[in-house]
Ligand binder design. Sequence first.
Ligand code: ATP
Ligand code: MG
Length: 446
Amino acid sequence: MRLAHSLVPTLKETPAEAQIASHRLMLRSGMIRQTSAGIYAWLPSGWRVLQKITRIVREEQDASGSQEILMPTIQSADLWRASGRYDAYGPEMLRIRDRHDREMLYGPTNEEMITDIFRQSVKSYRELPQMLYHIQWKFRDEVRPRFGVMRGREFLMKDGYSFDLSYEDAVVSYRRMMLAYMRSFQRMGLHAIPMQAESGPIGGNLSHEFIILAPTGESAVYYDAAFEEQDWLKSAFDYANPQDLESFFTQITTPYAATDEKHDAADPRWAGLAAERRREGRGIEVGHIFYFGKKYSEPMGLSIAGPDGKPLTPFMGSYGIGVSRLVGAIIEASHDDAGIIWPDSVAPWAAAILNLKQGDAACDAMCEAAYKALGAEALYDDRPERAGVKFADADLSGHPWQIVVGPRGAAAGRVELKRRASGERVELSLEDALAHIREGGLARAG
Ligand code: ATP
Ligand code: MG
């Protein structure tokens, strides 16, 4: 994209309403603009990040065997009456009336709708197990929308649902999702810790929240140092094949990890942990997986024919990822005083090309050549701005690589390549710079 004619409205000043780094940096780098409290428009660079995160989530969901669908944002109140949640949900639900005075709502989640769709279409035990997901906007009228996209009112969620014939099968679905989640977060450059969460009326231990560590997180968290050890995590992934999901699950859920709501200092895994292996911090919830058995299938009358002809009620689970919240969470986990530091896999562009002297024949030619070679993965800063402004905006926006083209270098056929994460700079030919980006950045991003 050529920056001179693009909507990337960077700000020098820090907006007064932003209390945390990610919100500040998203506004300052021109990724989003608020249109109402807790409701945001995604501008080109923000939208590109959101799409890259969406793509990773989608690929890992597909790899786990879940089927993508798209359900509407608007739902009928009757569906929610059938499950008994219409009144229980409270003021977080945005309730709407259509012209015929029918009660509708903007979906905060989709358990009822997916159960209804399943109930209309699936008749036999032979069609199970199944998993379905969609990536769709949700609305929750949060009491205190804050921190930008981290706690918005309208937000993008991946929500998935599993249908199984038995509790044992449902456990397998749950573990498959646990693996898909750990893989998704790892690909985004995040260190997510699965923490035992409140399991609701069904009990059991099949409810986990995925927490990203960040000082500005809303929950206090307590965990075993194992979660900071890359080797330990890698060894868990070694089990991650469909035949040995159980070993993966056991390894990843054995060390102690809990948010303050569930923290139990008397738990032997915490009480018995050496002081130097105990970690306390704060975290952001980016995902939640949950087994709830027949909580919706029973009251909503989802029943299928079993092998002996007798009706069976499927066991269900639901699996959410806060896709738009992740944009903020990644920034919370990866920034410095100058701005965002995007992991390669989710950066809006792999590289920014900084033309330090627009109109200089050698600079312009070299920048055009770089832009042509990198294609859609490049942001070409061709604005008639001072070099200092371009440097500051590139650091602020967090592009993993910067190709800096000045008149002296360009005349000698050389550019400066900067790696945003390390601050490392090298002077080299454009060909070598492109090769570095392709090997280190583009290859992984693609
Ligand atoms: P929270 O405790 O943060 O309100 P929740 O328990 O209500 O989250 P779920 O219903 O499990 O959330 O939704 C799945 C995911 O959607 C969450 O893990 C979170 O990442 C994301 N999410 C929930 N509410 C919001 C929101 N208001 N803005 C952005 N993302 C959200
Ligand atoms: Mg909530």
